[in-house]
Design a protein around this ligand. Sequence first.
Ligand SMILES: NC(=O)c1ccc[n+]([C@@H]2O[C@H](COP(=O)([O-])OP(=O)(O)OC[C@H]3O[C@@H](n4cnc5c(N)ncnc54)[C@H](OP(=O)(O)O)[C@@H]3O)[C@@H](O)[C@H]2O)c1
Length: 344
Amino acid sequence: MSPSIQPASPKVVLITGGNSGVGLALARRLLALSIAQGHRQTIILGCRNPLKAQKAISGLLQPHLAHKDLCDVQLVEIDTSSVASVTSAAIAIEKKYSRLDRLFCNAGAMAIAGLNPWGIIQGILTHPVAFFESSEALYQKRGLVTADGLGLTFQTNVFGHYLLVHKLAGLLERTGGARVIWTGSAASQLEFLRTDYQHVLGAKPYESSKYIVDQIAIPMDRRLAQRGVRCLVAEPGNVCSNFLAGLGQAWLEWVILCAFYLCRLCLSIPRFTISSVNACEACVLLGVSEGQLDSNMKYHSRVDRWGAPFVDAVPLVYDKRTGAFLVERMDALVRRFEERRGNE
Ligand SMILES: NC(=O)c1ccc[n+]([C@@H]2O[C@H](COP(=O)([O-])OP(=O)(O)OC[C@H]3O[C@@H](n4cnc5c(N)ncnc54)[C@H](OP(=O)(O)O)[C@@H]3O)[C@@H](O)[C@H]2O)c1
């Protein structure tokens, strides 16, 4: 199934991680769409680094100086790996805005420890294509815990957003027709451990966090639907964004870029979206489409051999018991942090 983009016009949009990569490209495309339709749109970039955010805002507004009345780009400071920061951001948004049409839970990070030479050799020799679709080439840092006592990657990629949605649920409900859109990834059940669901000790905290996104999206959608809010998952494909900057090796980013282009051109593998503008195709669709959207589906950004983007919706691989387990755990965390705040 390949749904097409049919323009609607969300008025107020929040994009976490909106200063870079997929989030920034999404902001750019939403802005261009709303200007083309003559609708005023407010885009709030949810960023942890105000300097980077201001640079992104200037870059977003620059091409549209002639349409100043139609574009409003704002910053809200948010660090999704901090409960205090997420709480302050939610309070600031509730205070300033009377509606929130779209909440893109896009900010995400992988704590890269270094290259895994053995994984690279093995991957290239035994399953070269799947290898470039995975993070087998990399070691991730283990044992990282935030000041809140949670697994860093889990809190950054999942729980920070879960808490944000919880805090903004009233505003989303009052808006009517609002959507929460997660940026998922190619997630694998193999990396998820119930006994260490925050994946503090495991070797693949990033994959585990994205598996959790897939598991909680449907239960969240069922819960939020009672309040008129939808919850959906987009997946950007393989993108050469700042994501690999943690490697600190520019030459390696070039090697990866070349490998991605080779896979796309020679083998026509559609998940190598490569550019952020192509990678945000599914987010754009979920943001603006007035068509039927199904929370049982995962919406993948894809490209043909020549880089023309499209969206492929495939059933979300979801286990009901795991989803219920995770939602229960995260609700308990939300309660724990709210009680702690109440006692302060
Ligand atoms: N790149 C890929 O191949 C790929 C594939 C599948 C899924 N994804 C997902 O796509 C999303 C966007 O990634 P990208 O490729 O666009 O990478 P990116 O260019 O590195 O963008 C990630 C964004 O998330 C922000 N971020 C990271 N940690 C944060 C935190 N604790 N609090 C607030 N913001 C934080 C970053 O802010 P700073 O600029 O301050 O670091 C940046 O704005 C992520 O969820 C990622 O998991 C990416």
